[in-house]
Every structure is written in C-alpha cells, then in structure tokens.
Design a protein around this ligand. Structure first.
Ligand code: HEC
Ligand code: HEC
Length: 260
C-alpha cells in the first residue's frame, strides 16, 4: 500500500479524478471523480476511484483495473479515450499498478455516480480509438539501462511510466501518436491551448544550474522563485511530485538533467 500511495502521487490520478463540485463535503484530495475534464474531443467526467461498490471501483476485478489503466479497455470492452494516459501507464510493472489499486482500496468509499461523457458521435470516436491504438499505442514494458545509475533508472521509470511526462512534453505526429524521434522536445499543448516547453538541455541552455536545481524546482515549484511550472497542468504535476520522497524527486531530476 505504501508503494501504491507513492505511485498514485507520481501518476497524478487526482489531477483528473477530482471530486465533482456537487460533492461539497468531499475533500478535494479524494479521487471521487465526476469533475469535468476538457479534452480536444469533448468533456469527460473521469470516474470515482474510491472503493464504493456501486459507483466506485470496489466491485472491479484486478484484471478489469489493469485493462483500464494499462490497455485503455473498460470492463464493458470499450476503448477508453487516451486522455487517461494508459499509453504511458502501459510501461509500468503490473504489480505496481495493482499496488495503486491496493492503496485506493484503503480510501473511505464515496457515493459519486458515473456521469456520461459529453462527446459528439461517441461510439464512432471509441471505434476510432481502436484504430488509433494500432499506430499510436505500444505497450512495451519499461526496461532499465545497465549503463546508467540506479537513481537515473528510477527516474526514467517514474518519468516514462507513472509520471507520463511525455504525454505533454513530446510532440505528436500526424497520427496523434507520440513522436519518439522528438522525445521531450516540447510542442503544442495536447489539450489544444498554448505550448509545452522542451525538457532537452535544461542545464546547457541555462534554465537550471544542475540536477539538484531541477529537483528543487520540482519539489517547491514557483513559490521558490522558479518559473514555467504552473500553467497548462504543470502546476498539478508539480504538486503531485512534491508528495514523493526526496530520493525519488532527485531521481526524476537526474534523468531529466541527462536529456540532451
Ligand atoms: C490526465 C488525466 C487522467 C489521469 C492522470 C488519470 N486518469 Fe483515469 N481517466 C481519465 C479519463 C479522461 C477517463 C475516462 C476515459 C473514457 O471515458 O474513455 C479515465 C478513466 C479511468 C478509469 C475508468 C475506465 C472505465 O472503464 O470507465 C479508471 C479505472 C481510471 N481512469 C483509473 C486511473 C488511475 C488509477 C489513475 C492514476 C494511476 C488515473 N486514472 C489517472 C483521465 C485521467
Ligand atoms: C499536462 C501536461 C504536462 C505534463 C503531464 C507534464 N508537464 Fe511539465 N510542463 C507542462 C507545461 C505546460 C509547462 C510550462 C508551464 C508554464 O510555463 O507555466 C511545463 C514545464 C515543465 C518544466 C519547466 C521547464 C523549463 O523550461 O523550466 C519542467 C522541468 C517540467 N515541466 C517537468 C515535467 C516532468 C518531470 C513531468 C512528469 C513528471 C512533467 N513535466 C509532466 C506540461 C506538462
């Protein structure tokens, strides 16, 4: 459960599964779901992740949970919109994903009924996502690089798996798939507004003095005088990362600092 809690924060589940504004008595830190999430194809209301058996995921099997989070398939067999970053979560170890589930199972159950997505031509879109998976979805497990340090490898796992940093920091090709030849090079924001900065050569370009500087930016954010860490969803990402142990924040920074 401790590992699951850590990875739940690294994965930022709360950023999208926030409680609906109607649930006035529910703490904003509880992923009770139902808050609107704007995406380029319409508004989605990510579900209740608390263990409530009727409106949450209490009644789901572990396999249903893995299929949703790592393959983008709902218990009904539908293709899920990749706004749920299963394309990155697919690189995680399945046992780590199940640890997240074990942590979620410790939360107090909240009644928060599922709300239908507001997507024009939804059945057609969901079929289109099935086709898109052929070109844009490569669920290969993450593998370590033995030439690199333990901290770098931990950072690589956290960034490319749970942290899903590439979902915003890597531009997409004409098929809307991540363009691996431009990994971390930044580009248009996937939600359609503004741009996402490059994470390449952050030290060489003088954005940060060293890896420790990147770590403190990720840990403390703009309150410590850093900039470019609040808009376009990065504020939520930074808050989630700040919940991690310092060794993991340093690992993420070691990996990011090595991107040339
Ligand atoms: C960037 C936003 C985002 C993040 C981060 C995110 N989700 Fe979601 N999640 C969504 C969206 C959007 C949907 C609805 C997808 C759809 O209806 O096609 C969803 C749906 C789900 C579903 C339900 C699938 C179904 O069958 O209805 C589960 C389970 C889920 N998410 C678990 C998680 C877990 C666990 C995490 C953290 C490890 C997480 N999500 C992080 C956006 C997100
Ligand atoms: C939801 C999209 C999104 C995700 C996911 C995301 N970022 Fe960002 N990131 C941004 C945006 C947008 C900015 C620029 C914010 C601003 O200018 O206020 C940014 C800025 C940054 C910066 C500052 C760059 C600079 O030039 O100083 C760093 C470092 C960074 N992100 C690291 C990460 C890491 C590490 C992860 C994964 C744990 C991550 N980001 C995940 C959108 C995202």
């Amino acid at each position: 459960m401790a590992n699951g809690e850590l990875l739940y924060h690294a994965a930022g589940c709360i950023s999208c599964h926030q409680p609906s504004p109607d649930l006035k008595t529910v703490d904003a830190a509880i992923p009770a779901g139902g808050a609107p999430l704007q995406t380029p194809i319409g508004v989605l209301y990510p579900i209740n992740l608390t263990p409530d058996p009727e409106t949450g995921i209490g009644g789901w099997t572990d396999l249903q949970f893995l299929n949703a989070v790592q393959r983008g398939i709902s218990p009904e067999g539908e293709n899920l919109v990749p706004a749920l970053p299963y394309t990155s979560y697919a690189h995680m170890k399945p046992e780590d994903v199940l640890d997240i589930r074990a942590y979620l199972a410790t939360l107090a159950p909240v009644k928060s009924p599922e709300r239908a997505a507001d997507i024009p031509a939804e059945p057609l879109i969901r079929r289109g996502i099935g086709l898109w998976k052929w070109v844009g979805f490569h669920p290969t497990p993450w593998t370590p690089d033995p030439a690199q340090s333990e901290s770098w490898n931990r950072g690589s796992y956290l960034v490319n798996g749970p942290g899903h940093c590439q979902e915003c920091h890597t531009p997409r090709n004409i098929f809307m798939a991540l363009d691996s030849s431009k990994a971390f090079a930044g580009g248009p924001h996937p939600e359609g507004k503004g741009r996402v900065p490059s994470l390449l050569g952050l030290i060489e370009r003088g954005r940060y003095t060293d890896a420790a500087d990147i770590a403190s930016a990720l840990q403390y954010g703009e309150v410590m005088g850093y900039d470019k860490l609040s808009s376009g969803g990065m504020g939520q990402v930074q808050r989630n990362i700040s919940m991690l142990p310092e060794t993991d924040i340093k690992a993420i920074a070691d990996y990011i600092a090595s991107l040339k």
